[in-house]
Design a protein around this ligand. Structure first.
Ligand code: SF4
Length: 396
């Protein structure tokens, strides 16, 4: 039987700390280890449970970090409520070194539909998990398993519950969401159509979609929908076709540019965020210059820049390729960050004086509150409690 457990803020003393790790880069692993160390120092009596992708991929490595009591894989993390009951019985008794419990981690194959809210305003609806693409630099297929999804009707029930509980913005998430339908023989576009027919006053964002799966049909649907925000997040990863081939990505930069042009044609004010990786193996000086000139020309709003780091067991390490020195990776990352800042400034400038709608969030920043427009521009206004979680027409 589950007891009622209470989530506490970081200023209170918890009985249990759950660290849900990411392992997308070396930097992510490092941050996970730092978080665990900090928690152990700050709350020496708390039971520490580590789960997520890093735990799935490197359970033994994590079990050696001082303070860790349990290491759970992606499937096993759904046992956490039962574990917490056990913790109740063992309160105050930390695990002895060498007795850390590493769950028998099995291959990830279940789908656990979840929705989670970051505040009352926004709710993330997980519609898909795993990935079958095996890009040569990426560990995600190993950490999250094969692509799978629930049925549209189940996702939609979950989404309606979130709206009934007060959410005003739904964010469709997953690992490779454009691949939705693989395990139910349904279509991603039909999922989007169903999201547009929910009951309530709400908007929907698509978190991220691979360029080869973001068809013109989907873009046109978003442009004509009632509830979808004109906001896209598209992983490019490299602007060099040579590097895209090394990465085993499923598109060329020409296809990517066509997608962006089509969005701009039907939604000139859309926010377009783009994932960019720098310093991957094989990214010679010539490829980099090619990439940089392509990205500078692309009419997008922001770049999310990742610096490549070698990941164990990925296929890229088996290829005989030019290795970009670490300092050069950092230099390229800095350049792309500067390009991104300029693009975002230009994007904001284009909107000055335009009418928009903001959804106000709960956070108080001094005497201000903030929210996002449908096309993801952050705006500030005087704090008024009654405005939290409401839409308001504004002039930018
Ligand atoms: S599409 Fe490629 S980069 Fe994205 S999760 Fe799948 S393998 Fe990783």
């Amino acid at each position: 039987m589950l007891r009622a457990h209470q989530r506490v803020s970081l200023n209170e003393i918890p009985d249990v700390c759950v660290v849900n790790t990411c392992s997308v880069t070396d930097a992510a692993d490092h941050k996970d280890r730092q978080t665990i160390n900090q928690l152990h120092r700050k709350y020496p009596d708390a039971i520490i449970i580590v789960t997520g992708c890093y735990a799935q991929l490197q359970p033994e490595q994590i079990s050696k970090i001082p303070g860790v009591d349990y290491v759970l894989g992606q499937n096993e993390k759904y046992d956490i409520p039962a574990l917490i009951d056990e913790v109740e019985m063992r309160r105050g008794e930390k695990m002895q070194e060498g007795k850390i419990r590493v769950a028998a981690i099995r291959e990830v194959d279940d789908f656990h539909g979840v929705h989670s809210a970051d505040d009352r305003t926004r709710c993330f609806i997980k519609v898909q998990d795993g990935c079958n693409y095996f890009c040569t630099y990426c560990t995600i297929p190993y950490a999250r398993g094969k692509s799978r999804n629930p049925k549209i009707e189940d996702v939609i029930k979950d989404a309606q519950v979130a709206l009934d509980q007060g959410a005003k913005e739904l964010i469709i998430t997953g690992v490779n969401i454009g691949d939705f339908g693989r395990s139910t023989s349904e279509q991603f576009i039909d999922l989007l159509r169903a999201f547009d027919l929910l009951n309530g006053d709400y908007r929907v964002r698509i978190s991220s979609c691979e360029p080869n799966l973001l068809t013109d049909e989907i873009i046109d649907f978003v442009a004509n929908s009632k509830h979808f925000a004109p906001h896209f997040h598209i992983p490019l990863q490299s602007g060099s076709n040579e590097v895209l081939a090394i990465m085993k990505r499923r598109y060329t930069r020409e296809l990517f540019a066509e997608r962006v042009q089509h969005i701009r044609k039907v939604m000139p004010h859309a926010f377009i965020g783009v994932d960019c990786m720098v310093g991957v193996r094989g990214e010679t000086q010539e490829c980099w210059e090619d990439y940089l000139s392509f990205i500078k020309e692309l009419d997008v709003s922001q770049l999310h820049v990742f610096t490549y780091s070698e990941r164990a067991n990925t296929r890229m390490l088996e290829l005989d390729l030019y290795v970009v020195p670490k300092a050069e990776r950092q230099r390229r990352s800095k350049i792309l960050h500067e390009v991104s800042e300029k693009k975002t400034r230009d994007f904001y400038a284009r909107h000055l004086g335009r009418k928009s709608v903001v959804l106000w969030e709960s956070k108080k920043e001094g005497d201000q509150m903030s929210g996002f427009t449908d096309n993801y521009i952050k705006v500030y206004g005087p704090y008024k409690k009654e405005k939290i979680n409401t839409f308001e027409d504004i002039l930018l």
